[in-house]
Design a protein around this ligand. Structure first.
Ligand code: ATP
Ligand code: MG
Length: 243
């Protein structure tokens, strides 16, 4: 048991959730590595939603508001870290949830769908796998025709760079959450939220519900510039850090 007074309590709790997810067969072992990389970048941004992240969250909420067929793609890490909040966001924004895995396995998809059903998710896609993301090989391309394949706006947290690029080539608006502002995913997406998924998802819902003029938000949005702000923030913080 980790005592709540531990200075890194929150972070250690999240780490435990990922580790338990692996034990239950919900998170793929490589999800541990992805989480560790995320933790390192979270340290660098001070483990808080910084102003650049909040701006990206507002932009993501605006795109979801304008979407005709929004889809939220969920993998193992996303499910164990933010499953409940994803279900709530999907309900608030009329988005469809699709469980879509980089290392596809029917058994893991079923487990994740059951987890999300437990949080109140009703219709959750993923098992059918009746379409393909164009330009991607192997099982990594498999998706749902009614979900990712036909989405106009897709929220894909913690996504791989290759698939993100392929989704862009299919003409989709891609919104991502990625603590690493240097990743290919971060640089390819239309909106990159450089923040921890556990902080970002509830805020997307909050701003979605408050949003009045999504068109104005989108008109002003500049993802590359926002990523620069994130990098400048990190380098300033490193330079100012006292040891
Ligand atoms: P890319 O393929 O885009 O260049 P990558 O190969 O470095 O990136 P992946 O392992 O494909 O990364 O995806 C994991 C990404 O998710 C990492 O960039 C990591 O920083 C990020 N990540 C991990 N955990 C979290 C989290 N809790 N919240 C937000 N982002 C996270
Ligand atoms: Mg990758």
């Amino acid at each position: 048991m980790i005592p709540p007074s531990h200075p890194r309590y929150e972070s250690l709790m999240l780490r435990n959730r990922i580790a338990e997810g692996v034990e239950k067969g919900i998170v793929h072992p490589t999800g541990l590595i992805a989480h560790g990389r995320g933790e390192a970048f979270d340290y660098l941004i001070g483990e808080k939603t910084q102003p650049f992240a909040e701006k990206a969250i507002v932009a993501a909420a605006a795109y979801l508001k304008m979407a005709e067929h929004p889809v939220i793609s969920v993998n193992g890490n996303t499910a164990v870290l933010s499953g409940r909040e994803i279900v709530e966001l999907a309900q608030a924004s009329n988005a469809i949830i699709e469980v879509n895995l980089f290392h596809r396995s029917g058994e893991r998809i079923k487990k994740i769908i059951n987890l999300l059903r437990g949080f109140g998710g009703e219709k959750i896609l993923g098992m059918e796998g009746d379409a393909r993301i164009e330009g991607i090989e192997h099982d990594r391309a498999i998706c749902s025709r009614e979900g990712i394949y036909s989405a106009d706006v897709i929220l894909v947290p913690l996504e791989d760079g290759d698939r993100c690029e392929a989704l862009k080539k299919m003409g989709k608006i891609v919104l991502t959450i990625d603590l690493n502002p240097l990743s290919r995913t971060a640089r390819t997406a239309d909106v990159t939220i450089v923040d921890n998924i556990v902080r970002a998802i509830p805020l997307i819902k909050k701003f979605y519900l408050e949003m009045e003029r999504p068109d104005e938000v989108i008109e002003k949005w500049d993802n590359a510039n926002n990523l620069k702000e994130a990098l400048h923030f990190i380098s300033r913080r490193l330079q100012e850090m006292e040891l």
